[in-house]
Structures are given as structure tokens and as C-alpha cells.
Design a protein around this ligand. Sequence first.
Ligand code: UN1
Length: 497
Amino acid sequence: MSATVYKNFIGGESIASRAGKTFERRNPADTREVVGVFQESDAEDVDAAVRAAKAAFPAWSGVPAPQRGEILLRAAEIIQSRKDRYSRDLTREMGKPLFEAGGDIVEAIGMAQYAGSEGRRMHGVTTPSELPNKFQMSIRQPIGVVGLITPWNFPMAIAAWKMLPALVCGNTVVIKPGEDAAISTYNLVECLVEAGLPPGVVNIITGHGPGAGQPLVEHPDVPVISFTGSTATGRLVYELAARQLKRVSLELGGKNPLIVMPDADIDLVMQGVVWAAFGTTGQRCTATSRLIVHREVAGPLVARIIARARSLRVGNGLDAETEMGPLVNATQLERVLGYIELGQQEGATLGCGGGRLRDGDLAHGHFMQPTVFTGVRPTMRIAREEIFGPVLSVIEVDSLDEAVAVANDVAYGLSASIYTRDINAAFRAMLGLQSGIVYINAPTIGAEIHLPFGGVKATGNGHREAGPTMLDVFSEWKSVYIDYSGSLQRAQIDNIA
Ligand code: UN1
């Protein structure tokens, strides 16, 4: 069976890259299978997509927001009706097990419903004036063409988080999905088009960062860039975009801590840690990568985590039994294995895992064992750098204050968690942890789309996706003053005797 060829989607048409170059994507669980062939786009292709988006902007921004929202609500129903097929596509392209792929798609459906209904809200602020016979209010307006650069780890959910708020606000879009998982973006856009999205309102360009991502970031007709990916690439995106004073939203790395106090329910902690450290093969920016545990309970807790990690069924995500899939590609596998070596050199103890898995069919994929390092010190690189793989570092502490200090002593601040039954400890941690998201008695993953999502410090640049905050990146405020007094009324500040 020959693989489907995906062309760029520009102005409602499928168009090959001008240079005629393509690249193929292979299934990370079985690299004998090509899951799709994609266009290797360059600056000319990006320019064509931006021109299409720019041409579509006047009409789309003129559609009343509730009607824009209705298209998103219809798309939600279409995605729902194809959830099983899209889940299989998603598992084949990036490896997560089918039940997790379904969750990725459900997150996109939730966002389509939430952003769709926002078409009927999009509240501004109306306040009394300092002067008589004067009215004032503020409204949101669309900005123009937005450029979206999305990752492979939540290929439908994160594309939806960015695209759907941008659309309901009245912008048009050029999206460059992660080259390892572009099919899910095509699936999402297919539903929007069937729901009635006009040609040119969303355009898809595939390719790699330097060839296709950079020209999008630098294009003078793209005033807004939203990027999710590594902190290193995010910094580059920010620098390039700053030259043109663009609005940039960055969602970058994490090194998420999960704190365990001695009074915690140890069985609950074990389940939470195993899910948050090894779910999605640890390839979530919200994954738990540091277990900061009170010394009193460290021994029994870590023994249970290791026992459960050893029993996790690693395999092809299409297999219903599979609990953990492969790493996304060979480079990531090598990178993670490099950290396993480094951790040992730094003096940490390998509690379990650490190796590549090659038995039987696994030899054809990028599989490795769930890994736990014990005896980790906060200064070690495995305790400070984002690994983005199934690797948990266990750090022992003696108090809540020490736990919070260790948790905060990294560059990142996305998600953090504490397990305790002591309400005072929970509140102290909730306020003291430097992160955009805090969980109490739940692990660091599983954010819902109707609360703000994002992080502090090197995790981002102050913006939040999802929740009511999602509109801020994609709209411009306009404050409107209406003087109906019929005379010149000087503002209060200009009227001081
Ligand atoms: C990500 O890992 O990039 O909170 C996003 C969660 C998911 C999203 C994760 N809702 O785990």
C-alpha cells in the first residue's frame, strides 16, 4: 500500500511545494511503515499561504463572531463522528496508545465547543465615565494573519488550542504542524472546511523549522506568532519576531515536580506518578519528571513506583494492551538514552529501566523502558534539564520548605503538584510553587481547556493558552469613548483648576 501524499493546503486547494520536494514520515512503533508523504516547503510556499490568508481576512473578520463560532461548533460534531479513525491516524503518526490518542482528539473537540461558544461572549468592559453625557466601552478586534507552529506530542489538541481561538476572534491562519505528526492537523482542518470554513481562512504548510517555520516567523504580513516547542527554539522564534515587534506567544519546556509529604496516600501517589511520568512516554510538557519526596516515605513509595514501572506494557499503541508507546523518533530516543548515561555518570542510581527495547517487533520501533533514577541531587543535570522521555528523577527532602525550594530551583515553571492531607501544607505549596499550574493530590498532567494553560520563567513569555485568556493573544483591544453632550468636554485630567 503506498502512503498518502499530503499537499500544502493553500486558499482551499491542495498544492505541491514549488520546489517539488517532499519528506516522508514513518510510524515510530514500526518504521517499516510510511504513514504519509509531506511537502518540504520553503519561503515561497509560506509566502503563497500568507497571501491566501491575507486575502481571506477582510471577509472572515467581517463575519459576525457568533456565526464564526457556529462553524466551530459544527466542526466539533464532525470531529466526534470520526474520533476512532482520527485516533488511529494519530497513534500511527506519533506513537501514543489509542486511548491517549482519543484523549488528544477529545481535547480538540472540547476546544471547538469552548471557542465556538466564545463567539457569543467575547466580552469587553463597559465602565462609567468621569464626565456626564459620555459613554465608554472596550471591544476586541481581530489582528490579521496569525502564524502557528505546533508540536507533535499533542498534534490535534494543541493545533486546536491555537487555531480555534484565533478563528473565533476573526483572524486567518497559516499553520506549520510539527513534521513528525502533521496528519492530525489535516484531519482537524478537514472538519472545519466541511463545517463551512471559507477557503483561505486556514492554510497548512508542512516542512521543517529552518525551511518553513522561520519564513513564517519572519513574514512581514504575519503580525502574530504562536509557538509550542523547546525553549531553545522558542528563544530563536522570539528573537526573530522581535525585530518586527510581533506579538509572540511561547509555550516551552518544563521540569515538573511532584511533591510528596509523609501524610500522603501512598497508593494514590504511586498511581499518579506512574501515569504522569510514563504516560505519553513522558513526552508531555506537563509530564512529572521530578519526584520530590519526604525522606520518611521515600523507601516504600519508590519501591512501589519501580514495581509498577517494571510491569508497564510497552508496545505499539495500536495494540489495545499497550500502556506506553515508543519515543517519537530516533533522535529523541538517542537523546533520552544520552541522559540515562549522563545520570549514571553524575552519580544517580538506576532504580529500573534505562535500556532500549528490541525484542521481537519492538526492534522496528523507538522503544525504551520506563526509567527511574534514585539518589538524585537537585544540582544534577538530570534534575534540571527537560528530558522529554519516560525518565523520573527521585529527590529526597526533609521538609515542605525544602521541597518547595527544590521544586522552584530550575529554569522552568509549567506544572507542579503536591500530595498531602494537610490543608495548611497544601495552601503553602499552592502559593509558593513557581508554576503556571498547580495540582493538589493529583499529578502534573491533565489540564482542562477552560482554565488558562501556560507557565512562568523559561516555560514561556507571560501568555496563557486556553481558558478565557486564549482570546488575548489573538485579539486587539479597542477602547471607545462616545461623547453625546454636544459640547467640548475636556477630560478630567485636562480640567484641573
Ligand atoms: C503538552 O504536554 O504539551 O495537561 C500539553 C495536559 C494536557 C496537555 C499537555 N491537557 O497534560
